[in-house]
Design a protein around this ligand. Structure first.
Ligand code: NAP
Length: 322
């Protein structure tokens, strides 16, 4: 089988296509023959060494395919099942070993590309809008990178809850995508001051919640865009990590709440995983949630996918096809 490994932490040039024997599943694992693989920003963090992992670094935290074989203690899935998953690392490959408790069966009429694009960003958008700050009708939210994979789904789910959605993007093309995602007010944060725009659009009050995946370049203005006692969900760092800061800032800016959440803590039981995945896949099947596949690459061209994602050239979801 082939897999993509980062031979050491660094740039996309460190990625190699490596041949190895197809592994056998351990007692609680399933071997999945990958049909489509989701590319996510977390893969960039692992490749760069921002998130620590053993070298050579196995990449890819999402995918869909068919169960080839299972370990002796596996009860959740059986060979032949069509499945998808998010979080266990090593999906940039022809085959992946996955803890069976993390696998979700996909609807019979859902294609693998859709399933591979749905879960990581979809369940992230789900926990952010349903649990971290459960949006309700009339709430206001600011979503950064609203044409992006995660941002686009957050915007759509926020609209499903009846919220008013402000979304930041860098280009006109991305603005069109963000509008399709349901964003009510587009803000070009590379050429206007998004804090001032949010204040203007909310009559000086600020929004109830900011979903910020951009990090370093947006953090401070995201805090400033909140109403008193509003919540900042800082869930990513596409522009780099936020430097250390004094927590009394949260007091001075209006008794704000700050959280730095992670999907793993919001799918911590099988029950919670099946609830979130079931809603996300169900909404897609019903046509309530639209997935936008931005681009597909052959597995061997994973480095090109990383360059495009980091280079801010993508809208929607990127897939690798083995
Ligand atoms: N904590 C969690 O549970 C969790 C789960 C999933 C994803 N995430 C985070 O969510 C974020 C988005 O992930 P994604 O896979 O959906 O990627 P994405 O949003 O599709 O791509 C990143 C986007 O961020 C924007 N951006 C702003 N400044 C940037 C910069 N300096 N460099 C690169 N991009 C920049 C760009 O949009 P514009 O050109 O419009 O600015 C870019 O297209 C990542 O930070 C990821 O770590 C977190």
């Amino acid at each position: 089988m082939r897999s993509i490994l980062a031979m050491e932490p660094g740039g996309p040039e460190n990625l190699r296509l490596v041949e190895s024997a197809t592994p056998r599943p351990g007692p609680k694992q399933a071997l999945v023959r990958m049909a489509a693989i989701g590319v996510n920003f977390i893969d960039v963090y692992f490749r760069k060494g921002l998130y620590k992992a053993e070298v050579p670094i196995a990449l890819g935290s999402e995918g869909a395919g068919t169960v080839e074989s299972v370990g002796a203690e596996v009860s959740e899935v059986a060979p032949g099942d069509r499945v998808a998953y998010a979080m266990p690392r090593g999906s940039y490959a022809d085959y992946a070993l996955v803890p069976s408790a993390q696998l979700v069966k996909i609807p019979a009429d859902m294609d693998f590309r859709t399933a591979a694009a749905a879960l990581l960003q979809g369940m992230t958008a789900h926990y952010l809008t349903r649990s971290t700050y459960a949006l309700k009708s009339g709430d206001t939210c600011l979503v950064h990178a609203a044409a992006g994979g995660a941002g686009g789904l957050i915007a759509q789910m926020a609209k499903m809850s009846g919220a008013r959605v402000f979304g930041t993007v860098s280009t006109e093309e991305k603005a069109a995508v963000a509008r399709e995602n349901g964003v009510d007010e587009i803000i070009f944060y590379t050429r206007t001051d998004f804090e001032a725009e949010v204040k203007r659009l909310t009559g000086g009050r600020g929004v109830d919640v900011v979903y910020d995946s951009v990090g370093a370049t947006t953090f401070e203005k995201s805090l400033n865009s909140l109403r008193p006692r509003g919540l900042l969900a800082l869930f990513g760092q596409s522009s780099g990590p936020v430097p250390p800061f004094d927590p009394t800032i949260l007091n001075a800016k209006g008794s704000l709440f700050l959280t730095r959440p992670s999907l793993g803590h919001y799918v911590s039981t099988r029950e919670e995983l099946l609830w979130r995945a079931g809603e996300v896949l169900g909404w897609i099947a019903e046509g309530k949630l639209k997935l936008r596949i931005g681009r597909e690459y052959p597995l061997a061209e994973a480095a090109a996918a990383h360059r495009d994602l980091e280079g801010r050239r993508t809208a929607g979801k990127l897939l690798l096809i083995p």
